[in-house]
Design a protein around this ligand. Sequence first.
Ligand code: URA
Length: 256
Amino acid sequence: MIRLDRYLCEMGEGTRSEIKEMLRKGRISVDGLTEKNPARKVEENSAQVSVDGRRIRYAKNVYFLLNKPAGLLSASRDGKGQTVIDWMRDREPENALLKRELFPTGRLDKDTEGLLLVTDDGALAHRLLSPSRHVEKTYYVELDGKLTEEACRRLCEGVQIGEGEKTGPARIREAEAVEGCAEDSKAAYFLTITEGKYHQVKRMMQTQGRNVTYLRRVAMGPLVLDERLSPGQFRPLTKNELSALGIGGRGKTVSG
Ligand code: URA
């Protein structure tokens, strides 16, 4: 059971004082009856809470898909630069869902763009990031030169990227270069890996004498980068995306 004002606040309906005002005006109902008391206790998963007749379901966790732009750090907090969480909060300062203890699921380098799942669901993050789960991540990679067939074969079989660090099986295919990503690009590929070692894609390409000129993550597990999101934009995961991740159900999540 939680207080009604907290319930609504956590669901992004306003600040405590805004909610108090909405209650005073009779805009909020619980189980069909107008409620004016902010301290009223409600059962998160069964109470029928509505604002202006619109049902507000309680959500335990929140999930956002961000198209990370270059220049942001994949962290919750960082004294040295702007993080993806700072960025999202700055874009939507009124969104109470963004005030939760959010973190990015996995790291992308500062200069890498693309799909980043931002959530407060630690169990899901663990499932997606645990090395034993071999969750696939696909990157669109631009290089300063073409890879030979032999280099592609080596990358797919696994390469030594550091002391005792051999990469697992990967898939690679040539891609059409996307206009405007990087001027010095000479070739483009889609690379799918199942690990998340530090600078992994860049280090893999270096073993074949190539430098990454542009990098964008386009998929992670069942999630695919939404092309309608330009770099810096984000949205809640859809119901389909949530169920593809094995989450969802009444009272458990916030989705778009
Ligand atoms: N591999 C890299 O080298 N950088 C990233 O940001 C992600 C994967």
